[in-house]
Design a protein. Structure first.
Length: 488
């Protein structure tokens, strides 16, 4: 990479553009939650159909990430990013204009497709642009901050827009951001030709098996809370998903042109990172989901106040991921930094098991928010770096899509499992004559305990599976390269 100051400045601007696109997609995952009660009344949703406002987005998003990442490798990652951002922006306009349940759900599905196309290649492009280890680590820190803190910003922005304007604006706000992202990416993000469809044929059969398997898996997961994990629906769709994904893996092992080269799983760091992110998200999602419910349903916060409650977590997360995570990785190695971060997240979740029904924010919530923000900020950059550590310029898109898929599937599984245990505990408490508020809070506490246990299990994976060195850095090309001096 050139060391010319103009090139470095351009790369920095390109990084910010890519992260702006990622922020728009991440915001959408939580900004909609704050408007669900208003949407329910305005468009006459029932409790069961309201879930499709979320599910219609999650199913294509989780199902298409891996395929999108690989196609991005073939046709060019910038082209895939631009397609995704354009579709996401158009779908946001349709969502904002929707006057019926059917139109909104269909537009949300298109949003999910666009989100998958755009986000699947972002990390791969960042890895390719920043090849010098320190610059790459800092760039990954910025990306990780956006990917994790965007959720709390979505709560804040969603509450503000819903309170002050209307639910339509939680979608309209994407329009200027999306248009700016596409225009700036066209000018600033370097275009690197893909591998080419002619020389590298697309495994269509494998793509169908993978996409169908992941979509059905997400459908089974998001429906498990309503139907039950032991229901015939959940078990049936889960079994079909497993068969399809198993068929995909077998095909990848045998075909001459695999959609996902199975060699990337030979790296213990890559495999470990994809396992660890499943556990980490259990803790982060528990804090976001049940923390928002606690502040809203028990403490009586408004939607905007709920967003403000998560602001300390966001500030600490941003500071740690962009300023402290890379120096910690350089000094101690990604594994040590990762274990420390995971332990902080687990401690934060355990602190929340002590929240009373008449709790105060400063005494009962803020310490946990600070711990989780610090832990997530320390953990995610290490995870992203490890996940891309064995990727080459030829498969960085599929490696990026893989870690994003692990996040989406892991988040969906964790939230559904935790919500099920929380609901069971609440029902049990109500049956034992506890009042509704105490029963609800007790259910939240059970979810936090389970989440902390899962995060601790992820810390064990980091301790015994990850094999990084203190100065390790993800590779971006299969060939040896000279050291560069780009700065993030």
């Amino acid at each position: 990479m050139s060391t010319h100051p103009h090139t470095e400045r351009r790369d920095l601007l390109a990084l910010y553009v890519l992260c702006l696109g990622m922020l728009m997609i991440v915001l959408d995952s939580t900004i909609v939650n704050t408007a669900l009660p208003v949407l329910k009344d305005d468009l006459d949703f029932s409790d069961s159909t309201l879930t499709w406002v979320l599910n219609a987005y999650l199913i294509p998003f989780g199902g298409l990430l891996m395929l999108s990442g690989r196609i991005g490798d073939l046709i060019g990652q910038r082209r895939m990013f631009l397609w995704g951002m354009s579709l996401f922006t158009l779908a946001s306009l349709l969502c904002g204009l929707a006057q019926s349940q059917e139109v909104l759900i269909a537009a949300r599905f298109l949003q999910g497709v666009g989100g998958a196309l755009g986000s699947s290649v972002i990390l791969g492009m960042i890895i390719t642009m920043f090849q010098e280890p320190r610059a790459q680590g800092k760039a990954i820190g910025v990306y990780a901050f956006v990917a994790t803190a965007g959720g709390s910003l979505g709560l804040l922005l969603g509450g503000l827009l819903t309170d002050v304007l209307s639910w339509h604006w939680i979608f309209f706000v994407n329009l200027p951001v999306g248009v700016a992202t596409v225009l700036l990416a066209t000018r600033l993000v370097p275009h690197r030709p893909g591998l080419g469809l002619r020389d590298h044929r697309v495994d269509v059969t494998g793509g169908v098996l993978l996409t169908a398997g992941l979509m059905i898996a997400v459908y089974a997961i998001v429906g498990a809370e309503r139907e039950g994990w032991g229901s015939s629906s959940t078990l049936g769709f889960g079994a079909v998903a497993l068969v399809l994904v198993a068929g995909f893996v077998l095909r990848q092992a045998r075909t001459a042109h695999p959609l996902v080269p199975l060699r990337i799983f030979r790296s213990r760091d890559v495999t470990g990172a994809n396992l660890i992110v499943l556990g980490l998200l259990a803790g982060v999602f528990a804090v976001f989901f049940f923390g928002a419910r606690y502040t809203g349903e028990i403490l009586g916060y408004s939607p905007f106040a709920i967003g403000l409650a998560f602001l300390p977590l966001t500030v600490v997360n941003g500071t740690v991921s962009t300023k402290l995570a890379q120096p910690a990785k350089e000094r101690f190695g990604a594994r040590v930094a990762l274990i420390g971060g995971l332990l902080c997240v687990a401690a934060g979740a355990l602190l929340l098991t002590q929240t009373p029904v008449d709790g105060s924010y400063v005494a009962n919530l803020m310490p946990a928010m600070l711990l989780v923000g610090f832990g997530a900020g320390m953990s995610f950059p290490s995870i992203m770096g490890l996940a891309m550590s064995s990727s080459t310029a030829q498969d960085s898109g599929v490696a990026s899509g893989l870690i994003n898929t692990s996040q989406q599937i892991g988040g969906a599984v964790a939230l559904s499992v935790l919500a099920t245990f929380a609901a069971d505990r609440t029902a049990s408490e109500l049956a034992g004559s506890a009042n509704a508020t105490d029963a609800l809070n007790s259910g939240f506490h059970v979810a936090y305990v389970i989440a902390a246990g899962i995060v601790l299990a992820a810390a064990l994976v980091a301790a015994f599976v990850v094999q990084d060195e203190p100065d390790a850095a993800p590779a971006t090309d299969a060939r040896p390269r000279k050291k560069a001096h780009s700065h993030a």
